[in-house]
Write a protein that binds this ligand. Structure first.
Ligand SMILES: [Zn+2]
Length: 207
């Protein structure tokens, strides 16, 4: 019923964030100017951010892999959940979903991480953020994760780390349609096209 309306509000909030709106930003808000973000329901900077985040993670994972001297193994992308304790279950499920769907990249939790998850309140909702210099995180917004299926939100944002752009006009069967199909969409799985795209991007871990 009101999902469309909430979506519009969320999109508006995402657009309005570039303007210095008074008292809109809670203390947990992500650093905005130097960072670019791509959200679950839309962001004006999303396209550039998707690429930058993926590039940064790929570079970080490749550097560690090169140290190991194995150039043919699937790339392992390591993440931390220490700053998103409320979402450990959803994050683990999201990683499992992606690991089951793809062959050329593996997500694993660990200490020497390539990116991290964090949680809090932000008017932009959930998003993937990077400074474009090898540092990135996925922000999980409490309110949005109650409105939308939390595992889908987490898996969607993780899809950005793996290199996928948003496609809000897509159906619920697409993971990267994000909040586009509304709050009733609970599908946390990428479709075969999305999984294939990730495998192409990470084939042999080379560009
Ligand atoms: Zn997105």
């Amino acid at each position: 019923m009101s999902s469309r309306r909430m979506l519009s509000i969320a999109v508006f909030a995402a657009v309005a964030v570039a303007v210095p709106v008074a008292a809109a930003a809670p203390s947990t808000a992500a650093p905005a100017p130097a960072h670019s973000v791509s959200g679950y329901v839309g962001s004006p900077q999303e396209a550039a951010n998707n690429k930058a985040f993926y590039d940064a993670v790929m570079k970080s994972a490749q550097a560690k892999r090169a140290k190991l001297g194995n150039k043919t193994a699937a790339v392992t992308v390591v993440y931390s959940t220490s700053r998103a304790p409320s979402f450990r279950t959803q994050i683990a499920r999201s990683a499992q979903i992606w690991n089951n769907a793809t062959n050329n990249v593996t997500l694993a939790e660990g200490s020497n991480y390539d990116f991290y998850y964090r949680e809090g309140n932000d008017s932009r909702g959930s998003f993937a953020s990077t400074d474009g210099h090898g540092s990135g995180y996925i922000f999980l917004d409490y309110r949005q994760n109650q409105q939308y299926n939390s595992t889908r939100v987490t898996a969607h944002e993780t899809g950005h780390v793996l290199g996928l752009p948003d496609h809000y006009s897509g159906p619920c069967s697409e993971l990267m349609s994000g909040g586009g199909p509304g709050t009733s969409c609970t599908n946390p799985y990428p479709n075969s096209t999305e999984a294939s795209r990730v495998d192409q991007l990470w084939v042999n871990g080379l560009n």
